[in-house]
Design a protein around this ligand. Sequence first.
Ligand SMILES: *[C@@H]1O[C@H](CO)[C@@H](O)[C@H](O)[C@H]1NC(C)=O
Ligand SMILES: *[C@@H]1O[C@H](CO)[C@@H](O)[C@H](O)[C@H]1NC(C)=O
Ligand SMILES: *[C@@H]1O[C@H](CO)[C@@H](O)[C@H](O)[C@H]1NC(C)=O
Ligand SMILES: *[C@@H]1O[C@H](CO)[C@@H](O)[C@H](O)[C@H]1NC(C)=O
Ligand SMILES: *[C@@H]1O[C@H](CO)[C@@H](O)[C@H](O)[C@H]1NC(C)=O
Length: 429
Amino acid sequence: MSSFSSIIHFFLLSLPLLSISCLSLSQPPNTKPNPFILPIKKDPSTNLFYTSVGIGTPRKDFNLAIDLAGENLWYDCDTHYNSSSYIPIECGSKKCPDVACIGCNGPFKPGCTNNTCAANTINTLANFIFGGGLGQDFIFISQQKVSGLLSSCIDTDGFPSFTGNDSPLNGLPKITKGIIGLARSNLSLPTQLALKNELPPKFSLCLPSSNKQGFTNLLVGSIGKDPFQELYKFVQTTPLIVNPVSTGAVSVQGVPSIEYFIDVKAIKIDGKVVNLKPSLLSIDNKGNGGTKISTMSPFTELQRSVYKPFIRDFLKKASDRKLKKVESVAPFEACFESTNIENSLPRIDLVLQGGVQWSIYGNNLMVNVKKNVACLGFVDGGTEPRMSFAKASIVIGGHQLEDNLLVFDLNSSKLSFSSSLLVHNASCS
Ligand SMILES: *[C@@H]1O[C@H](CO)[C@@H](O)[C@H](O)[C@H]1NC(C)=O
Ligand SMILES: *[C@@H]1O[C@H](CO)[C@@H](O)[C@H](O)[C@H]1NC(C)=O
Ligand SMILES: *[C@@H]1O[C@H](CO)[C@@H](O)[C@H](O)[C@H]1NC(C)=O
Ligand SMILES: *[C@@H]1O[C@H](CO)[C@@H](O)[C@H](O)[C@H]1NC(C)=O
Ligand SMILES: *[C@@H]1O[C@H](CO)[C@@H](O)[C@H](O)[C@H]1NC(C)=O
């Protein structure tokens, strides 16, 4: 990621040479912008997370699902939407990373423009891969109006077939109209904001376990008032791994994955290592395997050959601890009578590169599925990849991330994580 530092240094060095008229367009050199803070809410019916940003003129607020692996920000510019400040990015222009070009026969509006650079509109829960148009418009983030950010928009009314299960919005919380992508990509919001505002390419994420606690934050930049300041004493650090093979819906040969992987060396249950072939946990030459972090999977998914021994060992430890097993409740397998089990649950540790451990216990481990029944919140990820995605061995999902402070530092390629804050009587909110 050395490109970030060189670009920022170049900008700083060349600042004194800029003309006065140019200077007035940029931030005055001594006033650093406030961090960008986005509130995060949980959607109880999908168990996914979303935030809200304003877009365009007049400003319209969009709820957007949070996708850690999402390449860009995309929103639904449906028939009723228009914005007078929208600027489509022309095909072949410097800002256009794609070779594809789109056009439209209707009257001009976002989602209907000619000679426009195509942009991915990816929702991993949808049944198809969609393309939108790359454009630029005002985006309002925590009371700050930001210009010059690139996003993708797609008119979901534009094609009659975009309804129901075939919609680009399929599987997202009903209240959302798009996705905010946080991946390691040039078009992701943290990357664009950091570059534009001379902030370190770094963001923090702390997912709430329910909306009763209020909301938590997605934070880009770590200067000035940092709402997570109190929590940094709890964090440990592990390298973020780059999977050299592209793993997304649109795989490009020779281009590394933009998803966030960490190197899980072993899984321990109550201190005992689950017996797994080491090759099951590493990334192979097709990009399969490894451990990634996903906010689009509500629960941690283990590929079947990891899942089987894992569940067997967990049930054994649970039985040693005299937990009363009850009938499974799909999609979960290991379910127990839940009265007073908090202090008798086995503990799960992910042993990571650098000798640190990500400990999962209590609320991050179990899901209350009905009265007096709690299930281990891990699911069988099967054996087959979905669509053309490469398949990770472990996908750490939303439930296991709740009330864990995660700091993604893209420059040093490191993840800082807190394990459950609830242990410290702290939470994301
Ligand atoms: C959308 O807004 C633009 C700029 O204000 C205007 O030129 C255009 O006609 C509008 N499009 C529609 C479909 O109303
Ligand atoms: C795009 O170009 C076609 C053909 O020139 C034209 O009919 C159409 O009105 C244009 N659409 C827009 C949105 O400008
Ligand atoms: C991202 O931006 C950098 C610097 O502008 C460029 O070198 C690189 O090719 C871009 N990556 C992609 C995947 O477009
Ligand atoms: C990126 O990291 C390098 C050292 O690893 C540091 O010198 C540089 O200042 C960092 N850049 C940013 C933008 O944080
Ligand atoms: C957390 O709070 C509970 C009840 O308020 C208290 O019993 C416990 O000792 C606290 N734990 C820590 C780690 O501070």
